[in-house]
Ligand binder design. Structure first.
Ligand code: FMN
Length: 355
């Protein structure tokens, strides 16, 4: 089915979700412009999810998507829902002492709260009435897909390789985000290690298009009309864009982060486990270097929770060298700090018969 008809949108441009960094203003702006705004629900509990849904509906009557991380056990990680390990916590906190001191915050105390339960998040997300639910880190279980479909909600999965796309189609999702290695943020691989799933968009998109019969949304490294036109030429039915939108004033990224995406030196990105315990693409800054050098890092999600403590304070202090400066390989193409300008630039690359 045509992606626009599936999602009820005019222009096949999707704003990527930003777990921990989505804003209602940006999501609504993209939906209002005729694309699909997505909001990342990573780490949010049911009350916050309900209020995000209500705020989005206040701002737009158009379709939007909500995004959830599936409970997934990556290599070296504890099973989702298991308690954190005290020794791992102590080791990781000791390794981060300099960074806590640098911004003048006390290290977190044991025990730290786990991530919200997936089933509770899902229930709240379904109740919020999105047009689509998008998932990362796996094939959503059959009962999750059925529940979404019963609510009239489309399901979008994310693949980093052809076998992942095939697995998602077998899992009855409605559309697939094909995420090239250029993309910002976490690499959502689930059949092989992310480091063994590093396929660039130019190779990934046409092979996913050939392997599945579902609409394919190209993600990673698309920041202007040329990238959009290229994705369509490779057979994609739509594009998902992160960094270029994250750089706008409507985004929830700290100002220093937005500026760095638009700056001339937004090129030195790296896929690193330093900040969260899982490989994610961002600028190689002082904090990434310091954590990579000292070792002793915790696994996901504990590392993400621990570094979040100094990252929040660093944002308040305007210290980009101590933030997670998530951005993709095409961040250097980002020019505008206005979401509608970015949208118009991207829309200019959509072929006439799809616009
Ligand atoms: C700060 C940040 C957080 C992200 N969080 C999520 C997330 O929670 N779920 C998800 O599916 N994708 C997430 N992504 C990936 C984006 O939605 C999008 O697919 C990616 O940025 C596309 O690559 P680009 O930045 O090169 O355009 C995140 C990206 C960034 C920059």
């Amino acid at each position: 089915m045509d992606l626009r008809r599936l999602l009820g949108i005019e222009t096949p441009i999707v704003l990527g979700p930003f777990g921990g960094m989505s804003s209602v203003a940006l999501t609504a702006a993209v939906s209002e412009a005729g694309g699909l705004g997505s909001f990342g629900l990573y780490g949010l509990g049911p009350d916050r999810i309900a209020s995000v849904g209500a705020e989005l509906r206040d701002r737009t009557a158009r379709p939007f998507a909500l995004n959830l991380w599936l409970p997934f056990q990556g290599p070296g990680e504890r099973a989702p829902g298991d308690d954190f390990d005290r020794a791992e916590f102590d080791r990781a906190v000791a390794g981060l002492t300099d960074l806590f001191e640098e911004v003048g915050v006390a290290p977190p105390e044991w025990p730290v709260s786990p991530l919200p339960d997936f089933d509770v998040q899902l229930e709240a997300a379904l109740a919020a009435g999105p047009a689509a639910l998008s998932f990362v880190f796996g094939v959503p279980p059959a009962e999750v897909v059925e529940q979404a479909h019963r609510h009239g909600i489309s399901v979008i999965g994310a693949a980093t390789t052809v076998p992942e796309a095939v697995a998602l189609e077998a899992g009855d999702v409605d559309a697939i985000v094909a995420s090239g290695l250029e993309a910002a943020g976490h690499r959502p691989s689930f059949l092989a290690d992310p480091e063994d799933s590093l396929v660039g968009g130019l190779a990934l998109i046409p092979q996913v298009v050939d392997a599945v019969s579902l609409p394919v949304i190209a993600a990673g490294g698309i920041a202007d009309r040329r990238g959009v036109a290229a994705a369509f030429a490779l057979g994609a039915d739509g594009v998902q864009v992160g960094s270029a939108f994250l750089a706008t004033r409507q985004s929830a990224a700290p100002e220093v982060h937005r500026e760095r995406i638009r700056s001339a030196d937004a090129h030195d990105t790296v896929l690193t486990r330093a900040m969260s315990g899982r490989p994610a693409r961002g600028l190689r800054n002082e904090a990434v270097r310091a954590i990579e050098e000292q070792g002793g890092r915790a696994s996901f999600p504990l590392q993400n929770i621990l570094t979040g403590v100094f990252r929040r304070r660093a944002a308040e202090l305007g210290r980009p060298e101590l933030l997670s400066l998530w951005m993709g390989q095409a961040a250097g193409l980002s020019r505008s700090d206005e979401a509608l300008d970015v949208f118009a630039e991207l829309a200019a690359g959509v072929p006439g018969d799809r616009a």
